[in-house]
Design a protein around this ligand. Structure first.
Ligand code: ARG
Length: 718
C-alpha cells in the first residue's frame, strides 16, 4: 500500500518539504523519491532525520555527503519561500538532522482549538481524495459457543483499528462475520427441541447437564452401560417425537420461547455427547429399523434448515432464536468491553448463503484454465468429486503444498454438494469489494450477479481488513483466488487492498495458550469479573494515600465506576500494548501495575493532570493564553503532543496499536518530566502560569483522545 493515511502531520509536512527539496536539488532524478524522513532515534541530534542521501548516493554515483549538502541547499531554497520552521545539519556520512524551531511548535500548539465535543487536537482528517472506505472484519465469533479469551484479541484490536481509521477520516464499515451457518446448528436446534421436550415432561432444571454427566459416567463403566443409557434416551426421544409428530406444540413453544446462551450451551453439549457416543459404540447398528440413526439426527436437521421452505419453518425459527441468544450474550460483553460493535454490524455467514452456488459457477467458468496476472494463477477443477481451486505461481508450481508435497487446493464445494467456509469468504469478499455505483465488479455467472444485486450490490471497500487469529493459510488461499478472479482490480484506481491482520496467542504462566486450571478455555466474562475485582482492590489500597498525593476523596459510586474503567482498561491495554503479531503472557500484576506502560499508570497520569487543571481554575483565561515553551522539558512535551497526528498515521498504516500505546506512555513520561521541573500553579509570573496550565490542558486532552482511540475511558478523578 502506498504510504498515505491522509492526515497532515509534522512528519507529513517534513516529507513534503524534503520531496520538494530533492527535486530542486536533483531535478528529474530527484522526483518521486521517498525522502526517508523519520523521527530521530536520539533527540540529542534532532527531532527528525532524513536518511535519503545514502541510497540516493548509490543510484546517482555520488558521495552521500555531497548528496546531503545539495539536499540541504535545496531545503533552504524551499524554505526561503516562507517562514523557516526548522533547522538542518549534516551529520556523519550524510545524515540530515532536523530540528524544529521553537516558534513553530508554539504556533502549532496555539492553533489547537479549545476543547470541543469531538476533540481532534488539531489533527486534520483525510481529504476527500485520500478518504478510503475500509471494511474491518473483527470479533466474528461462532454462534452457540461462548466467547472466550481467544476472541478477545480480535475484538479489542479490531475495535481500536476501527476507531483510529475513523478518527483519521476514513469511512469505516464494521463487519461481524458471525459463524451462524455451520453444521453445529443441527445440534443447537435439536438441543432446543430437547429443552422443549424436557419442559413438557416436567424435567427438573439442569436435567440436560445431568444427562451429559450420566453418559460420561456410563462411558467410564462399560460399553454395555453406554448402550443401555443410549437405548433409554432413544426410546424417550421416539416417544416425545411421536407425541408431537407434526411439531405443532413445538412450534407453539418456539413462538414464546426466549432462550439464553446459558440454557442453550448445555443442550448443545448434550446432543453432541449423545451423537458422539452413538457413533462410537455402534449403537445405530444395534437398533435396526430406526428412521434416522441416533448419531445423525443433527445432520438431518441441518439439511432441513439449509433447505428452507415452509415445511422447515420450525428449524428456521429455532435457528433464529439461537442466534438471538448468542448475540445477546456477545452484545453484553461488547458493551462491557466498550466495544463499538452493534447488531447492525452483524453480517454473518448465513447472509452469503444465496451467493454460494453462483460463486462456484463463477469459479468453474472463470478459472476453467489457469488464469490470473501478477503473482497468483488459479485453475478450478473437480478432484474426487469436489470443486477445487488449485493456486499456482506464474511458472505453474503449486503455491500451497500438503504434507506430502502434493498441491493443496482450496475446496469450494464438497462432493456431497456442501459449501465451505472458503466459499463463504469468497462471496463475502465480492460483497465487500463491489458497489452498485462506485465499483461494479464484472462477474460472468448470472446467478452470482443476481444474488449480489439482490443484496444491494455491496459495500465498495478500498481496503478490507481481516482481524483473525491463525487461519493464515485459509486467508492466503482466499486472497490468491480473489486476485486470480480479477475482483480486486479497478479501472484507473489502485487495487483493492486485502490484509490479514494476524495476532499471536494469549499465554498462561506456563507459556501455553491460556486455559483454566481444569484445562478449559477461560471465559471472557469471568476474566473481566476478576479484573474488575482486582482493580477495586487497587483503588481501595490507594485510598489511604490520596490525601498525601493531593487527590480528592472518592465516593463509593465513583470508586465502583473507576474499578470498572480500570479493570476493563487494563485488560485491553495489556493486549493492545503488545506487538500484535507475537504471543504474550497474561499477567494480572503486570497489567494492573501503577508504574510502567499500563492502563492504570496512564489513567492516573490523566487524572492528576486534570486535578492540577481544576486547581488552576479559571480555564477561560488560560484557553487563550500565549504559549511560551522556555524550558527544554516544555519543548519536549509540546513536541510530543504535536506528534499525535503522525503517530495515528503510522498506526493506520501498520495497524499496530502498540505504537499508539508507546506514544501515550511517552507522553505521560514527558509530562512527568515537565511537571517535576516546571512549577505550574506556583509559577513565578502569571504569563508563565497561564502558558503552563494551557500545556497541561493539551497534554491531558491528548492522553484522553489517545486512550479513547484504544477504547479506554479516562476518568476525571481517580
Ligand atoms: N468465525 C471465525 C472463527 O471464529 C472467524 C471469522 C473470520 N472472518 C472471516 N471472514 N473468515 O474462527
Amino acid at each position: 500500500m502506498p504510504y498515505d493515511a491522509g492526515m497532515k502531520s509534522m512528519l507529513a509536512e517534513l516529507r513534503e518539504c524534503f520531496s520538494a527539496a530533492l527535486e530542486t536539488a536533483f531535478g528529474e532524478r530527484g522526483r518521486g523519491i521517498d525522502p526517508l524522513v523519520k523521527p530521530s532515534s536520539d533527540t540529542k541530534f534532532g527531532d527528525y532525520q532524513c536518511n535519503v542521501a545514502m541510497s540516493l548516493g548509490k543510484s546517482l554515483a555520488m558521495k552521500p555527503r555531497e548528496v546531503a549538502e545539495r539536499l540541504v541547499e535545496g531545503v533552504s531554497q524551499v524554505l526561503s519561500r516562507g517562514q523557516p520552521w526548522f533547522f538542518v545539519q549534516i551529520d556523519g556520512p550524510g545524515f540530515v538532522n532536523i530540528r524544529l524551531r521553537r516558534e513553530y511548535l508554539e504556533e502549532l500548539l496555539s492553533s489547537i482549538p479549545a476543547e470541543q465535543a469531538d476533540d481532534r487536537l488539531g489533527v486534520m482528517p483525510a481529504t476527500a481524495a485520500q478518504r478510503q472506505t475500509v471494511v474491518v472484519d473483527y470479533s466474528s465469533p461462532n454462534v452457540a459457543k461462548e466467547l472466550h479469551v481467544g476472541h478477545l484479541r480480535s475484538t479489542i484490536i479490531g475495535d481500536t483499528i476501527c476507531r483510529v481509521l475513523g478518527f483519521c477520516g476514513h469511512d469505516v464499515i464494521r463487519q461481524n462475520h458471525l459463524g451462524d451457518w455451520g453444521t453445529q446448528f443441527g445440534m443447537v436446534i435439536l438441543g432446543i427441541w430437547h429443552i422443549f421436550a424436557g419442559r413438557k415432561r416436567g424435567e427438573p432444571a439442569g436435567w440436560l447437564e445431568q444427562g451429559t454427566t450420566e453418559l460420561a459416567a456410563a462411558q467410564q463403566t462399560s460399553d454395555k452401560a453406554v448402550l443401555d443409557w443410549l437405548a433409554r434416551t432413544y426410546a424417550q426421544q421416539e416417544k416425545d417425537l411421536a407425541a408431537d409428530l407434526e411439531g405443532r406444540e413445538f412450534e407453539k413453544f418456539l413462538r414464546e420461547y426466549v432462550p439464553t446462551l446459558d440454557e442453550l450451551l448445555p443442550a448443545y453439549r448434550f446432543v453432541n455427547a449423545v451423537e458422539t457416543a452413538a457413533e462410537k459404540t455402534g449403537f445405530d447398528r444395534t437398533a435396526e429399523g430406526k428412521r434416522i440413526p441416533l448419531s445423525a439426527v443433527s445432520n438431518y436437521v441441518v439439511k432441513m434448515l439449509q433447505e428452507g421452505g415452509e415445511q422447515n419453518r420450525q428449524e428456521r425459527e429455532a435457528w433464529r432464536l439461537s442466534i438471538r441468544a448468542s448475540l445477546d450474550a456477545c452484545n453484553a460483553l461488547y458493551r462491557r468491553l466498550g466495544v463499538l460493535l452493534v447488531d447492525e454490524d452483524v453480517r454473518g455467514e448465513s447472509f452469503y448463503h444465496e451467493m454460494l452456488a453462483g460463486v462456484v459457477e463463477e469459479l468453474k467458468g472463470r478459472l476453467a484454465t489457469p488464469t490470473g496476472a501478477g503473482d497468483a494463477r488459479a485453475v478450478c477443477r473437480l478432484d474426487k468429486g469436489a470443486v477445487c481451486v488449485f493456486l499456482e505461481k506464474p511458472d505453474g508450481a503449486p503455491m500451497f503444498k500438503g504434507a506430502q508435497g502434493d498441491p493443496l487446493p482450496m475446496i469450494a464445494q464438497k462432493s456431497d454438494g456442501a459449501y465451505l467456509y472458503s466459499t463463504t469468504d469468497l462471496a463475502a469478499a465480492l460483497f465487500r469489494i463491489s458497489h452498485p455505483q462506485r465499483n461494479r465488479v464484472e462477474v460472468t455467472s448470472r446467478a452470482l450477479a443476481d444474488a449480489l444485486a439482490a443484496k444491494g450490490g455491496g459495500l465498495g471497500a478500498d481496503r478490507i481488513l481481516y482481524v483473525v487469529g491463525e487461519q493464515r493459510l485459509h486467508l492466503q488461499m482466499v486472497f490468491a483466488t480473489i486476485d486470480a478472479l480479477g475482483w480486486k482490480r479497478r479501472a484507473g484506481r489502485p487495487d483493492v487492498d486485502l490484509e490479514h491482520v494476524a495476532f499471536g496467542w494469549v499465554l498462561g504462566d506456563d507459556h501455553k495458550p491460556l486455559k483454566t486450571r481444569t484445562g478449559e478455555n477461560v471465559k471472557l466474562r469471568e476474566l473481566l469479573d476478576e479484573s474488575e475485582r482486582r482493580a477495586r482492590a487497587l483503588i481501595d489500597e490507594n485510598d489511604a494515600k490520596r490525601a498525601e498525593l493531593g487527590l480528592e476523596a472518592l465516593s463509593e459510586e465513583e470508586k465502583r465506576d473507576i474499578a470498572l474503567a480500570v479493570g476493563i482498561g487494563s485488560v485491553k491495554y495489556a493486549d493492545l500494548s503488545q506487538n500484535r503479531t507475537t504471543n504474550y503472557v497474561f499477567n494480572w500484576e503486570k497489567m494492573l501495575a501503577m508504574q510502567g506502560n499500563t492502563a492504570p499508570y496512564l489513567m492516573y497520569a490523566y487524572a492528576r493532570i486534570r486535578s492540577i487543571h481544576r486547581k488552576a481554575a479559571s480555564g477561560a483565561a488560560t484557553a487563550g493564553a500565549v504559549l511560551a515553551l522556555t524550558e527544554p522539558v516544555e519543548i519536549a512535551l509540546g513536541k510530543h503532543i504535536l506528534q499525535l497526528g503522525e503517530t495515528l498515521e503510522i498506526v493506520a498504516h501498520t495497524l499496530a496499536p502498540n505504537l499508539l500505546c508507546e506514544y501515550l506512555y511517552g507522553l505521560a513520561a514527558a509530562f512527568m518530566r515537565f511537571y517535576e521541573t516546571c512549577p505550574v500553579l506556583q509559577a513565578g509570573d502569571e504569563k508563565t502560569r497561564a502558558s503552563r496550565v494551557r500545556l497541561c490542558d493539551l497534554a491531558a486532552r491528548t492522553l484522553r483522545v489517545g486512550l479513547g482511540l484504544l477504547g479506554i475511558r479516562a476518568m476525571e478523578r481517580m
